[in-house]
Design a protein. Structure first.
Length: 496
């Protein structure tokens, strides 16, 4: 007999992964089983154990997949009785219109221990991200959370709601907004009171429609506002005009696809998200370590490192031979650009030479006046010969050390479709170009980029690969690193 497991009723917040609580992330990371709803952040399950059982238990507004509540509760009980640690992950807060209370009662009846982990509720956060504080001195001294979807209209006391001295927040039922507004007005609420609907609050696609109680339903219908949306009625709704901040970010409302290797994409993805973009991860390459003999770097007076990954792999190779950074003491270290310089710095090495342009030609130029007898070029297999050739032409003995190779990473049909429809697709190397286009060519519809998608290249070598494949380069970074690519993309977005 196994001992009974425990169930955690966990709120995942309204959509922004940054609003997952520390406790939620910890429990997700340890869970045996995760039963999750539809409205949880995209990345909420990224930290789950590889062997965790992930089960969709969501409800869909209109049609679509839907798992009956009874079935969800039965599954939750069954797994807990098997002794598993079960996370029941819900959008927002589990006890705010989330049926968390019902599930807790079921667990109580079955004698299964449970904990509740509060989450950030949409009624507060979606509005906050739209610049609407639910209370505000002088404008609203109380707030009411109200369900917009009731089995029977008479369940809501419209007289009481109309008389409520503060902000009204309606969850669900954006489709019933016309009835809600007219019921409130009929019961005496001021038709000229400010009202707003926030769609996809806290997400990159967030949108706010503001009006008065009288006009909100019609405006929402005209603008085609969909689910999930939350409605606010009250003087505070008008503050959005002054306080909206999330939609003012420079890349708000733009979708950007990132094709570089997942392991290297996090920095770029994070920066893009911080600028307000919706990021589509579409990695088409992955780096793979190459085996090789122990490395003795003491014979070289120059070591050129041509990528951040080459820097990391160089130290792996040294470590394998029982050596560390001191083995590089006798050589000058040349780095191809800032990312590589940072990677070297993390291993305790300050690069001696960094070019002004972050391409092989730039490094050749930076090395023009450096006397070199024996050089090592640490790089990826299949790298360009520009640098070794130039060093040899200058009279040096050159060893090329292929530390890793870039291999094709298969792209899921979903990621491909999202990337092809994105506002921007970013390419950070010739291999990302080749592999992305190969994946697109194999796509079901013979896939090609949508007409308004802008192609962004990190530099001339990548741009050349794009042109060879018949693509127009819309944006090319003038500094050939991630920061340069971001700046170029931002400059382009600002003009469009
Ligand atoms: N437990 C959740 C609410 C579940 S009911 C919470 O505490 O937030 C589902 C309703 O929540 C949706 O119909 C919508 O009204 C609201 N909602 C959830 N996420 C939202 C979001 N990102 N933006 C706007 N409304 C949202």
């Amino acid at each position: 007999m196994s001992t009974t497991g425990r169930v955690y009723l966990v709120g995942a917040g309204p959509g922004d992964p940054g609003l997952l609580t520390a406790r939620a992330l910890e429990l997700i990371a340890h869970a045996d089983v995760i039963l999750y709803d539809r409205l949880i952040p995209d990345s909420a399950l990224d930290g789950a154990r590889a062997d965790a059982e992930l089960l969709f238990a969501g409800k869909q507004g209109g049609g679509g997949d839907s798992v009956p509540q009874q079935q969800t509760e039965a599954l939750m009980l069954a797994r807990a009785l098997e002794g598993k640690s079960v996370v029941r992950l819900k959008g927002g807060d589990p006890f705010v219109f989330g049926r968390g209370g019902e599930e807790a009662l079921t667990l109580r009846t079955a004698g299964i221990p449970f904990e509740v982990v509060s989450g950030v509720t949409a009624g507060v956060a979606a509005l906050a991200y739209a610049g609407i504080p639910v209370t505000h001195r002088g404008l609203a001294t109380a707030v009411a959370f109200v369900t917009g979807r009731t089995g029977d209209d008479s369940e809501l006391d419209w007289q009481a709601l109309a008389a409520f001295p503060g902000t009204l927040v309606f969850y669900m039922g954006v489709g019933r907004l016309a009835q809600i507004a007219s019921s409130l007005i009929a019961a005496g609420r001021d038709p000229s009171e400010p009202a707003a609907v926030v769609e996809a609050g806290t997400l990159p696609t967030q949108r706010t429609v503001g009006a008065t109680l009288q006009t909100i339903a019609e405006r929402v219908q005209r603008e085609g506002v969909g689910s999930p949306s939350i409605t606010v009625v009250g003087a505070v709704a008008a503050l959005a005009e002054q306080l909206a901040w999330a939609t003012r970010k420079p890349l708000a409302g733009r979708t950007v696809a990132v094709t570089r290797a997942r392991a290297q994409a996090s920095g770029l993805a994070r920066s893009l998200r911080e600028l307000g973009a919706r990021v589509v991860q579409a990695p088409v390459v992955r780096t793979q370590r190459l085996p090789g003999p122990a490395l003795d770097p003491t014979a070289y007076d120059l070591i050129c490192v041509t990528s951040p990954n080459a820097a990391n792999e160089l130290f792996e190779r040294l470590a394998a031979a029982g050596r560390d950074a001191r083995a590089l003491a006798g050589a000058r270290i040349a780095s191809i650009g800032p990312g590589t310089t940072d990677a070297l710095a993390r291993h305790g090495i300050a690069a001696d030479i960094v070019p002004e342009r972050f391409v092989a030609e730039g490094l050749v130029q930076a090395l023009a006046d450096v006397a070199v007898t024996r050089a090592l070029v640490a790089r990826a297999r299949g790298g360009r010969e520009t640098l070794p050739d130039a060093l040899r032409a200058g009279g040096a003995d050159v060893d090329v050390l292929d530390l890793y190779e870039t291999v094709v990473e298969p792209l899921s049909a979903d990621a491909l479709a999202l990337a092809l429809a994105a506002d921007y697709v970013t390419f950070t190397s010739a291999s990302t170009v080749r592999n992305f286009l190969a994946a697109a060519g194999e796509g079901a519809d013979g896939g090609s980029l949508s007409a308004q998608t802008r192609v962004v290249s990190i530099g001339p070598v990548t741009s050349e690969a794009l042109r060879e494949h018949g693509l127009t380069v819309d944006v090319e970074a003038s500094a050939h690193d991630i920061e340069g690519l971001l700046q170029a993309l931002l400059a382009d977005a600002a003009t469009r």
